[in-house]
Design a protein around this ligand. Structure first.
Ligand code: 6CS
Ligand code: FE
Length: 297
């Protein structure tokens, strides 16, 4: 009889107590000679867990992707697609997942060297898209996302072994402090906060509207905010925020007339392919946690 080989889990989560775990894995896996980020930027990224690139997209590109978002939100046939997530209260479109399947320009963007070269450098390997979405955060009705670590969910529910993934959030509208701009706790990525609780069946059906499981305690957020402070990603349309999979982040509601729309591309290392979930009854669908690790070209 072969003993089932018990896999190691460096970041146990969805457990009974919230005992922080010091991250044993790097944030930056490549080096300055591997891509466009210089040594200083990589050092800061390792330390703070995020990097802001102003003027990442040209004004024309912002125009093109903005038009794509308008086209996608006004396409009535899309509303019935499971990849469209609507706002709990207003029913307006909140997110659209696997967006590269709906938009050739966004598919091309995900393969653009400005993104691929940086993702490969940060992750020290070939990369593929773990998840993509556009977040709309409409004016007046847009609701934010409470504090969370993406990696906690991706580890528990998608079976992502290590925090060797990086997200690139590209602003398509100006990100002001007051219209739901993403807040991050710099340096929080170096500690893993296990979620307390058990993952319900098909949790993603509700968690993508409002996450309840795997959410850190107010005490943990208070401790980290006291130690590291809170930074906010603000900047003109076309700015890009690169942030580590495990950084604690969240955003407030948007009650202003100014929408806060972004394209969100998550690159995962091909060495960090999804396995069975570490803390969920079944894997999430491929449009949320992609299992095709063909390197992006
Ligand atoms: O569950 C997820 O994969 C998504 N949830 C949030 C709130 N951010 C990351 C990710 O898109
Ligand atoms: Fe997130």
């Amino acid at each position: 009889m072969t003993a089932a080989t018990a896999r190691t889990d460096a970041y146990p989560t969805r457990v009974s107590t919230e005992d922080p775990i010091a991250r044993e894995h790097p944030t930056v896996w490549g080096s300055a000679s591997d891509g466009p980020f210089d040594a200083d930027t990589l050092r800061t990224h390792e330390e703070r867990g995020f990097t802001i690139c102003e003027d990442f997209l040209s004004a024309e590109e912002v125009e093109t992707f903005g038009a794509e978002l308008t086209r996608l939100t006004s396409d009535a046939t899309l509303r019935s697609d499971e990849r469209v997530i609507t706002e709990k209260a207003s029913g307006q479109v909140r997110s659209l997942f696997e967006v590269q399947d709906f938009s050739a320009p966004i598919d091309a963007l995900s393969r653009d060297p400005r993104l691929l070269d940086r993702a490969r450098q940060l992750l020290g390997s070939e990369v593929y898209l773990h998840q993509t979405r556009v977040n709309y955060m409409p004016g007046f009705q847009g609701t934010g996302f409470y504090w969370h670590s993406d990696f906690e969910t991706w580890h528990a529910e998608d079976g992502m072994p290590l925090p060797r993934a990086v997200s690139c959030s590209i602003a398509l509208t100006p990100n002001y402090p007051f219209n739901g701009g993403l807040m991050v706790i710099p340096g929080s990525h170096r500690t893993f906060i296990p979620g307390v609780g058990v993952t319900p069946e098909d949790n993603y059906a509700s968690s993508l509207k409002e996450q309840t499981v795997g959410v850190p305690s107010e005490a943990a957020i208070t401790r980290m905010a006291a130690e590291h402070g809170i930074d906010q990603f603000t900047g003109p349309a076309g700015s890009a925020l690169w942030f580590d999979a495990n950084i604690m982040h969240g955003s407030g509601n948007n009650i202003t007339p100014f929408p806060r729309s972004n394209i969100f591309l998550v690159f995962n290392s091909v060495e960090n392919a999804l396995e069975e979930p570490y803390a969920a009854p079944a894997p999430r669908p491929g449009y949320i946690g992609n299992r095709d690790v063909t390197p992006l070209r």
